[in-house]
Design a protein around this ligand. Structure first.
Ligand SMILES: [Zn+2]
Length: 610
């Protein structure tokens, strides 16, 4: 997942790709292998009136046994580690047998419909799902197209996640494209198959009149299906994607899919990785300058590299999944943060990001987590574990007490890589760790790794113990010795507190009907000392009205040391407080090469970054 910074997720145009994908007369897309299972499932999803925002789903389950069958909707979707309770969007559930006779049912849990099938071998259930959130971990349907997050739209039969399933998409009239990483069923319009429901739940579907681009990379077909690409250069974009794909293939030695699809679902924030596809949002206006475009490529490289790190190289808790509840791991700092780290390495190896740009981004990420108030309270492992309740949609408490495992995990990846390179005298790197995890746990053992096994693989590559990283830096909030780790590559890091330009107030605000309402107060800040609180509505500075649009300008017009009379409203009363503006001084963590590195330092830096 990427939740657009502050925090930063198959398909293929069916029409354009049908021929290219016809090779896919094989089991499932990419990674999955077919497993024999007696029952078989077929799903039809229709969308006759898109402006009602309801998908209509018919699920036909054949080969069942038993008096009752539980039909379940997942509570979350892999990659977005938050309980979504998709079942809340279901209405008009019905069940019948193979002859069309109605079957009785009851709800037995928030996401479970128990059908009294009375030994019927065929059960057909139908229902509608409300879908009006354009987001990579949710579903959307309106007159401009549809996006299906399968875990939020398609039910499964309890205990039968291993059943093969076909999905027939019946697009709204006038819609010509169905894009997904699922393999098409030859000879059947808009019909796809998955060897099991884990695969289905990892293959979102984009429907409408999206633009479709295709390109080949590492000898395999790739598709971009985009709701709106804006006016930027398509040829350059697919050329750059090809370089990212081939840099990844060069790193890992192979690509574990037969075809891959980039689904650009429309404006918004975030991206979500999948088995042989990714769903990402795009605001085309952000691509109009070079820096915005490079950030976009970095974001895409992140989602793409998840194909390895988290989809195949994965903590043991992350698959097979329990779709009913949270799946806990201490290791999202590795799955997400190290994926952030590899964004930069891949772009550098692909010739798309210079060494200086990589160092600038790494320094900026270190500053983000080191200067976050939560850095003192939450280590990387706990941030990972608590993501289910603490990360997405953070409120005023969480922003002050949590740290982003994306950011701090990137820092740990940097330290691990440099330490392994130094200790092994350049013979190994984090690349070897990735390849060993992929080969040993994904390909040979066909499972995820434990916390201990990850450490063992890293120490195997380094040839020395890595207790400082695994026993201190990852699981505690202790300070890190950056200079020691960066020094081996002839790099310095600026740890001196530097004053920010402008005065420090210490409260952030959000817009509520134009008014400036405090969304969070930094601990030990001027606003905190003056007694301001989240939810206070700021009315005026020094007798002059301010609102959300004018408050930043009003602050910028003042200087550190000024006393501001802040009038604010709380629980219907009006209060005035004096806030003394200060200077905020924090380290910038800017990373820079030494002017005269030793031969060893130069060699390490040159082998690390082009
Ligand atoms: Zn991610």
């Amino acid at each position: 997942m990427t939740v657009t910074k502050p925090s930063r997720p198959v398909v293929g145009c069916f029409c354009a790709l049908l021929l290219a994908l016809a090779i896919a007369a094989l089991p499932g897309p990419g990674l999955a292998q077919s497993r024999a299972a007696a029952p078989s499932m077929s799903i039809a999803v229709s969308m006759e009136r898109p402006t009602t925002h309801y998908y209509h789903v018919v699920l036909r389950a054949e080969g069942l046994a038993g008096e009752t069958q539980d039909f379940k909707m997942p509570a979350w979707t892999p990659g977005y580690y938050r309980i979504m309770d998709y079942a809340k969007s279901v209405k008009s559930f019905k069940a019948e047998d193979g002859q069309g006779r109605a079957l009785p049912f009851e709800k037995t849990a928030k996401n479970t419909w128990r059908v009294r099938s009375g030994k019927a071998a065929v059960v057909v259930v139908s229902y509608d799902v409300y879908a009006f959130t354009r987001f990579v971990a949710d579903s959307y349907l309106s007159d401009d197209g549809g996006f299906i997050t399968p875990a939020g739209v398609f039910m499964h039969v309890a205990g039968r996640l291993d059943s093969p399933v076909t999905v027939t998409v019946l697009p709204s009239p006038g819609w010509k494209q169905v894009s997904t990483g699922l393999d098409p069923v030859p000879g059947r319009d808009n019909t796809f198959r998955a060897p099991d429901f884990d695969t289905l739940y990892d293959c979102p579907i984009l429907i409408g009149n999206q633009e479709v681009l295709t390109f080949e990379a590492a000898g395999l077909p790739h598709t971009v299906a985009a709701y709106d690409l804006g006016s930027f250069d398509r040829t350059k974009f697919t050329g750059d994607l090809k370089r990212i794909v081939e840099a990844s293939a060069g790193l890992m030695g192979e690509l574990p899919y037969r075809h891959y699809t980039f689904l650009i679902i429309g404006p918004g924030g975030g991206g979500l990785e999948h088995l042989n596809s990714t769903a990402v949002t795009l605001n085309p206006a952000s691509l109009t300058n070079a820096r915005g475009y490079l950030s976009w490529l970095s974001f895409i490289a992140h989602e793409y590299f998840h194909l390895f790190n988290v989809k195949s190289i994965r903590p043991i808790a992350l698959g097979p999944f329990d779709y009913d509840r949270e799946n806990y791991t201490n290791m999202l700092w590795f799955s997400e943060g190290v994926t952030v780290y590899y964004e930069f390495l891949l772009l550098n190896r692909a010739g798309l990001m210079t060494r200086a740009e990589v160092l600038e981004r790494l320094g900026s990420i270190i500053a983000d987590y080191e200067n976050a108030p939560g850095r003192r309270h939450q280590p990387a492992t706990l941030s990972s574990f608590d993501t289910w309740t603490g990360f997405f949609g953070r409120g005023e408490h969480a922003v002050n007490t949590t740290v982003s495992y994306y950011d701090i995990g990137c820092g740990l990846g940097l330290l691990l890589d440099l330490r392994i390179r130094e200790a092994s005298k350049g013979r190994s790197s984090l690349d070897d760790v990735m390849r060993t995890l992929y080969r040993t746990y994904f390909k040979d053992k066909k499972r995820g790794f434990t916390d201990r096994e990850l450490r063992e693989v890293c120490e195997g590559a380094a040839g020395v113990p890595l207790g400082e990283i695994f026993e201190v830096y990852a699981p505690t909030a202790e300070k890190w010795d950056y200079a020691k780790y960066l020094g081996c590559a002839g790099l310095t890091i600026d740890l001196e507190p530097r004053s920010a330009a402008g005065p420090w107030f210490g409260a952030s605000t959000q817009d509520r009907n134009g008014d400036a309402v405090v969304s969070a107060v930094e601990p030990d800040s001027p606003a905190s000392r003056a007694g301001l609180s989240a939810q206070d509505e700021i009315l005026a500075f020094d007798g002059k009205r301010v609102d959300q649009r004018s408050i930043q300008g009003a602050l910028d017009a003042r200087k550190p040391g000024d006393t501001v009379k802040v009038l604010y409203s709380r629980r219907g009363g009006v209060i005035e407080a004096e806030v003394v503006l200060e200077v905020k001084a924090e380290p910038r963590f800017k990373i820079a090469p030494l002017a005269s590195p030793s031969d060893g330092q130069r060699a390490l830096l040159d082998s690390w970054l082009k």
